[in-house]
Design a protein around this ligand. Structure first.
Ligand code: FAD
Length: 451
């Protein structure tokens, strides 16, 4: 161990929070994240109670030459929030959610989870933009861009980010808002946690109290026509309709297509719209009905079990033509585990009208976000290899049909070709802001923003 007990005692005296050393009884539990295949050994895990304590931790790490990793919800599949050899700043104790119902704004701590935000906002008949899985950190989500079921009508998570409080690389506290450091706020809207430790965010909320959502399962026999119809349908779908399609394994062990619609407008109009969408194929099972936005999470939890082993790849597809559909279906049939899936989210509606240079998030043309998720339980090296190869071969097969780059938070550190193209025309501005706020590259959350 490079950092002596005496040094850690020095931290303990100054620091308002928990300090977990490798010898501590909670260390093993504290270093675990959603992906069970991540087995990283941080040098130290600190759990600050407030922004001042975050600053103490950053200064301590700087003085002792320790790399820093920031842990929010722990859902980065590559485990970049718990790096080996680093000081992990775990924001688990900074998870407050305060809702100002009149202003329709939530102020959330840097360690808050998506489900905590939706539950609190829901008490006031409001909703925030989140993804489909409740335990994902809202900060990691919003800073990545943040595609969610309410996105077509209300924007990305990043589009709804109003301001942020950060601890910068030199330990100083900074506010990023339209009034103060607007360039930093621009960078945070899609540039990820590469600029500092975000201790709190202000998020815009929306008066969405009821939605129409659920799951529809289709047999594999009509999968090709179904995917093409889904592609055509979503290309002209109304802003109030989101729908994720996934190539999954049905409870009977056979491949199947699952569709998860979410309608956020007038519920009476939504019934007809969802019926039309459902009719793109012949469902074997359909369960769609009114619910609260926070109840959406229960639809997807079974597909994202914490502790399983995962590997991910991602692509942006401009369309779902017959050729790419054949590639997707072949990949789904070649899956090396029944838990693996390919999910396709449509990006359309309001966020496509935002100019590309309005935020660091770099893609505003309508597209489909493809998440290739290899998931398995067998802990053997052979199983690891087989499943990782399935994900990377699927990504490679989709490459000829894909747009350059990809969604930064789902791109692993080895995807150098895609990483080089993530930010497109926003790259130069983003790098300028990175050099201004983190010249020594202390925060290397994800994506290609490093010096
Ligand atoms: C099961 C699952 C479902 C998902 N669904 C969606 C979805 O529907 N839509 C979507 O857009 N994305 C989705 N994602 C991607 C997810 O939003 C990103 O991986 C996000 O970065 C995870 O944030 P986290 O805080 O949970 O993870 P962490 O692993 O804690 O953090 C992720 C990255 O952000 C950094 N970070 C986290 N919090 C802070 C902070 N407060 N300050 C500075 N840096 C920070 C970390 O250092 C790390 O590099 C999903 C991922 C998974 C695994």
């Amino acid at each position: 161990m490079r950092y002596s007990l005496a040094v850690n005692d020095e931290l303990r005296n100054l620091f308002h929070g928990e300090v977990i050393e490798p010898s501590g009884i909670h260390y093993d539990e504290a270093r675990r994240v959603w992906n069970g295949a991540v087995d990283h050994y941080p040098e130290l895990i600190v759990r600050p109670f407030d922004a001042a304590a975050v600053s103490v931790a950053v200064c301590f790490a700087n003085r002792n030459g320790m790399p820093i990793a920031v842990l929010g919800g722990g859902y980065d599949w590559a485990g970049r929030s718990v790096r080996s050899g680093a000081m992990v700043i775990d924001l688990i104790h900074m998870a407050t959610v305060d809702v100002d119902a009149e202003r329709q704004v939530a102020r959330v701590g840097g360690g808050s989870k998506s489900n905590e935000v939706l539950a609190r906002a829901g008490e006031c008949g409001l909703a925030a933009i989140t993804g489909a899985v409740g335990h994902v950190g809202i900060t990691g989500f919003a800073l990545s861009g943040g595609y969610g079921p309410l996105t077509p009508g209300l924007g990305l998570g990043a589009d709804n980010l109003l301001s942020a409080e950060l601890v910068l690389a030199d330990g100083t506290l900074e506010t990023a808002s339209n009034e103060k450091s607007p360039e930093l706020l621009w960078a945070l809207k899609g540039g990820g946690g590469n600029f500092g430790v975000v201790t709190s965010l202000e998020l815009r909320l929306h008066p969405v109290s009821d939605i129409l959502a659920g799951k529809i399962l289709y047999p594999w026999s009509g999968a090709a026509a179904l995917l093409e119809s889904y592609g055509r349908y979503m290309a002209s779908a109304p802003n109030d309709l989101a729908a994720t399609l996934a190539l999954v394994t049905a409870p009977d062990g056979k491949p199947a297509v699952a569709l998860a619609p979410c309608w956020q407008g007038d519920l009476a109009d939504g019934s007809a719209e969802v019926e039309n969408l459902t009719a793109i194929g012949e469902p074997a099972l359909a369960k769609v009905g009114p619910m609260k936005p926070k109840d959406l999470f229960s639809l997807f939890e079974a597909n994202a079990v914490p502790g399983r082993r995962y590997a991910q790849q991602t692509r942006w597809l401009p369309a779902l033509g017959p050729d790419v559909v054949q590639v997707l279906l072949a990949a789904a049939q070649a899956k090396s585990s029944p838990f693996s899936a390919i999910a396709i989210q449509s990006f359309h509606g309001l966020p496509t009208f935002v100019p590309v240079d309005a935020t660091a998030f770099p893609i505003r043309s309508p597209h489909f976000l493809v998440s290739i998720v290899a998931a398995w339980e067998d802990q053997s090296a052979e199983a690891d290899e087989k499943n990782r190869v399935w994900a990377s071969e699927t990504s490679r097969a989709l490459e000829p049909f894909s747009l350059p780059g990809g969604y930064a938070s789902l791109l692993g550190p080895n995807e150098t070709e895609q990483l080089a193209h993530v930010y497109g025309s926003n790259t130069e501005r983003l790098m300028r802001i990175k050099r201004q706020f983190d010249p020594s590259n202390r925060f290397t959350a994800n994506g290609p923003i490093s010096l």
